[in-house]
Design a protein. Sequence first.
Length: 293
Amino acid sequence: MDHSTGDGKTMNKSIADALSVAIDVAHEAGLRGIQAVPLRSTNNVVAWLSPSPIVAKVGYGRLACLQTELQVAIELSSVGGPVVSPASEIPAIVHSRRGLDVTFWRYHPQQADLAINEAAVAVALRRLHAAMSGISPTLRSTLPSFLQELESARSLLADAARIPALPEVDRLLLANTLDQLKTDLLELAPARSHAVIHGSPHFHNVLLVGEKAVFIDIETTCTGPIEWDLAHMAEEVEVAYGAAVNERLMWICRGMASVKTAAFCWADVDRGDLREHAEGHLSHVRESVAPYL
């Protein structure tokens, strides 16, 4: 999720700059007659370079994240993991131009009204975790713990000035809930038990290729319990996943996912549809998590 803020004019200029850089790099690689068609963008500006089968992903100051994402994607693609692969037409490196970082990926058009079956997503997630278990030790050693994202959310909640739209009582509710959940989490999921996971495999990060689900935005790859990945999915995916999970840990992870999502969305509440997500996750924490701690 993009946690940056900015007015509409600045954001539109940033998108235009990102699209211009993507086209420039593509031209350098020999692609001609293309235009950038913006797709759904969160942490980065993402665009289809029409009519080529390539998607550009552009971010400011995203070099380390995009490099990790490329390395993970290359390793997973080599073993048939369910991920979108880098585009072969352009060198699979992070291209940096004018302060922006760009990577290029295979384009898979999606039907706007097509719902991806939860069972198919569960199968893909199980395959993803299996492929991630074989990631090279060198690459794994560079991956962050999923706890880093939670620490970022806690730091945000500690500073009222960074999240002015959130009422004080709700800010404290989220902060206290996160603290209480984390205590139980560390007991149930010590670091030695962590696996390599996607980190944020919600449905906006799933595509349908042929009849199979595949994942995108694997820059969030981290180490943590598989319950953290499942916490970002519908409960039907958890049921269909087909492996035993710790139900108490599962509940804690779902609660923590709502807390951190609420915090990040409230910090940028006036952009896009983030207010809806901010209010929805806050309500979930208030009504279904905090009362049961």
